[in-house]
Design a protein around this ligand. Structure first.
Ligand SMILES: [Zn+2]
Length: 500
């Protein structure tokens, strides 16, 4: 067929570069690695057998300031998403020339070792499957954290720091084109190593250009995949969600495991303070990793307890029996830090699981089962016991239901409850506090009070002065008195309150 139509056309993609902070500088100007621009690396990596590149990338550094955050705004997911939005503004409806963003940022506030992240769809309230709103566009951009890169490579000096920043930028842009991790052999899609920056041998995409049809049952190489940018929506930025690759690439990001041992000496336990809720109510999944019974030797493992890491996967069994993966709205790429799990010292964290990339996590009412798979290098897969949650059906006749729905499905309140990090405007804060006071939301109020308290006592919240901190502490006290607060939230609440 191809001979009739001629070679497939080249896909133009516009990549806008932005700086999150006004005083920041590009890691290298121009943005080159091994003397080649980012666009040249992608032209080379997508070159077809006929010599034409599959991707014609334009890297635009004329709008660096468009992504500047206001002073005092933290480097959180919602702020990064809003910076990305200001950068790629004007995404065309047809996305004929997709606009993607490359943000250079300082360091990721929730986790400072992260070198880069790729943005899939953000969480926005809405019905699953409905057309997208702003910031619900998949694979629209990425961020590189220059302070984290500098910290990791400080011993090696400036040129190495710039090399790592450029490597990370190309790696993250590779994810924007839906490429998956490959550890071996080295390429742009290997995750950075703590051991040192990769040399020129890693500055490539894998595979050779090929005109031959790909045999059924095997995946495209990275270069073949990139070369199909024009005709495969699985490759084109802003089209399919990350990890969905049809038959052309491995599904999701499952790292192939080289198992040398049995089960690791730890277990994963899931709990939830609330097992029954409406799908728009803020609920958290508590995840605990602890030593197995009878073990007392501390166990060292990668710090990857988050759905943004490929080693941690949350599975959901829907009421109709289908099993799906929870979809994180971001992907972390970092040499993972270390967790030490010791006797009597479990690791706890909680995940906002009512929302995911694109929309609410639970679409259908009824019984759902949640389970987590954790992969520790060298060990057999570790599975949690599944836990059951019940998603309540809509009850339009109930005042409690309608009031809560009308409040929580408003975009800014939904995102506030999901991210729990940014103070609301004073009138919005009053509205949420009022809803909790009337006790119409006996279940949701613990989570909302906790979100109010955390946002006002956090680093960003503290800038608002002592009065708002006092209000924050009061919200936390009320949250503590409520039965609906999860395990991790309760630990944090206690720590904040005891810290004064
Ligand atoms: Zn990655």
């Amino acid at each position: 067929m191809q001979s009739l139509c001629g070679p497939p056309p080249v896909r133009k993609v516009l990549c806008l570069v932005g700086m999150l902070r006004q005083q920041m500088e590009l890691p290298r100007n121009p943005l080159t690695l091994d003397g080649k621009t980012i666009a040249e690396h992608f032209a080379e990596g997508s070159r077809r057998a006929d010599g034409a590149p599959g991707i014609d990338l334009t890297v635009d550094t004329d709008h660096l300031g468009d992504a500047n955050l206001p002073a005092g705004a933290g480097t959180s997911i919602p702020n990064l998403q809003s910076a990305l939005g200001s950068l790629v503004i004007g995404q065309s409806e047809t996305r004929k020339v997709p606009r993607i963003g490359l943000l250079f940022a300082d360091s990721f506030a929730p986790k400072d070792g992260v070198l880069g992240i790729m943005f899939d769809e953000g969480f926005t309230p809405g019905t699953p499957g409905e057309p997208s709103e702003e910031d619900s566009i998949p694979r629209e951009g990425c961020a590189v954290f220059l302070d984290a890169v500098a910290e990791l490579r400080k011993a090696a000096g400036q040129p190495t720091i710039a090399d790592e920043a450029l490597f990370t930028a190309i790696h993250e842009l590779g994810h924007v084109f839906n490429l998956w991790h490959v550890r071996d052999p080295l390429s742009f899609m290997a995750q950075s190593s703590t051991a040192g920056v990769y040399g020129s041998a890693a500055h490539r995409f894998l595979g050779t250009p090929s005109t031959n049809p790909v045999p059924v049952g095997s995946y495209l190489t990275q270069r073949e995949f990139l070369s199909r940018c024009d005709d495969l929506l699985y490759v084109r930025p802003t089209e399919s969600p990350f990890g969905i690759r049809g038959t052309y690439g491995p599904p999701h990001d499952d790292p192939p495991q080289n198992i040398t041992s049995g089960a690791p000496p730890v277990r994963v336990e899931l709990t939830m303070a609330r097992r029954e809720f409406w799908n728009f109510e803020p609920v958290e999944l508590d995840v605990r990793v602890e030593l197995r019974q009878g073990r007392d030797e501390p166990f060292r493992m990668p710090d990857v307890i988050d759905p943004g890491y490929e080693a941690f996967t949350l599975f959901i069994d829907d009421p109709d029996g289908t099993r799906r993966r929870y979809r994180p709205e971001k992907r972390f790429c970092a040499p993972p830090g270390e967790l030490v799990i010791a006797a009597g010292q479990p690791f706890d964290r909680d995940l906002s699981i009512f929302g995911q990339a694109g929309s609410y996590t639970f679409a259908a009412p009824g019984s759902h089962w949640l389970s987590v798979r954790l992969r520790v290098p060298g060990y057999a897969d570790l599975w949690s016991d599944p836990i059951e949650v019940h998603v309540r059906g809509a009850s339009p006749g109930s005042r409690q239901f309608t009031e809560l729905r009308d409040l929580l499905t408003v975009r800014r309140f939904a995102r506030f409850a999901f991210y729990r990090s940014h103070p609301l405007r004073p009138d919005d804060e009053r509205r949420v506090a009022e809803a909790c006071r009337r006790r119409r939301a006996p279940g949701a109020s613990a989570a909302l009070l906790y979100a109010l308290g955390r946002s006002l006592t956090s680093r960003t919240g503290r800038r608002r002065g002592p009065a708002s901190r006092q209000r924050g502490l009061e919200y936390l006290r009320r949250a503590q008195d409520s039965a609906g607060l999860g395990r991790r939230a309760r630990q944090i609440t206690r720590a904040v309150l005891e810290g004064g």
